[in-house]
Design a protein around this ligand. Sequence first.
Ligand SMILES: [Ca+2]
Length: 500
Amino acid sequence: MGRLLALTLAYLAYLLATAICSERRQHHVQHGLCSYTFILPELEHCHPLKDLQVSNTLQSDSPPEAEPDTSQAREKHNQRPSWQETKLENLESAMENNTQWLQKLENFIQENVRSGMEEIKRTAVHTQTAAMLEMGTNLLSQSAEQTRKLTDVETQVLNQTSRLEIQLLEYSLFTNQLEKHILLQTQEISRLSDKNSFLEERLLALEARYGKELHGLQSEKQQLQELLEKQSKLVSQLQGELGSSTLNSTTLQRQQAVLTDTVQQLLAMVNHCNGAVQKEKSLSFRDCSEILRAGFKESGVYSIRLANSTQIVKVFCDMRTRGGGWTLLQHRRNGSVDFQRGWRDYKTGFGEPAGEHWLGNDIIHKLTNSQEYSLHIQLKDGAGNEAFSHYDRFYIDGEDRNYSLHAEGFSGTAGRTSSLSVTGSQFSTKDRDNDRCTCKCAQLASGGWWFDACGPSNLNGMYYPASSSVVRYNGIKWYYWKGPNLQASLTAMMVRPTDF
Ligand SMILES: [Ca+2]
């Protein structure tokens, strides 16, 4: 409202000034960003002067009249009617009133403007003071913060300085130690240098002393080197000769190796042919006596072909006992083979010819019926005593007659009379009872044998260890030599042609 009133007053003042006079004065007022300009009339120049009043702009409101020239105008002026003067006087009085009124108005306006300016100044001072206070507060807080940071930095700098001082002290100590060490080393070097000088002097003396000897030795060395070169040449010549000799020797060795290979191949071929001939011959042997006659004198396993048969049988040939040529039918020596078997096993045979075995009743039948055979029985008891029983004539019938026994012409050391069953005794096994006992002798005495009414012998009974003192009736038995309990360590039944 104040601003509006001021503007209105300024405008009115302007109108009045323009209406009253052309002289005016400008007043500038700055309030913050806004500036106000008041244009007020200069009252001193507005007093009613006749020249001024004539030149006043209000004069121009009435229409101008043509003035023929200056003399005419002066005449007219003097001859003007009195109403114009009256009007002018009225206007002057009115102007004076207006001027007074305007002076009052100006005074009023000036007072108002002054008070407003003072108010504005006070407000501005308050505002600026508040702003300054706020800025001061901010500056104080920032200053406190900076002070704190400065304190921290100062502390860090102090710590760093202390650390650096400690390190500097350590370095100083280390430097002192190094200096001491360097001093010692320098002293040592000096001492060694002295020693070196002394040694150099001695060396020079020695060189001078031994120079002559060295010269002599060098000449000797020269002579020896010449001798060595000569010897080396000689050795090279000898090596060349040796190389040629070695070459010749190598050629001879190769020829010898080739000849050896050829001889070995020929020998192998000869052996092969001999082996084939022997095999062919052995296959044609009927028993071990023929093999012995063919020149094979070692006891062992051979193959024979049974008479009137194509059957090849492996047998053990005893080439030592009483002239050799014996074909084994039965052999026991350690109890490794079970003799508690049935009819079929005794018929075909079991065990291996090289160990304990029974040749087989069918083979024994065919063999002992191809020609006349004698039977030889070897025995050894647990104490190592040996004895034998011999039969000049021996054979057995076929299976159709239960392999009946035929043995005659007894002799020997295993008892005064024969322990073998009487002629005609049939073969029995645990599953085939052919004896003359109401019992089953094969089950009582064990094994397969020519049991009569069980009889005085059974070489196929249980094999008991020699240390056993218990009397057993199912063991190996040859009654007329050792009673019912032989405890044999070895038994062997073997045949050979009677006319051997
Ligand atoms: Ca019976």
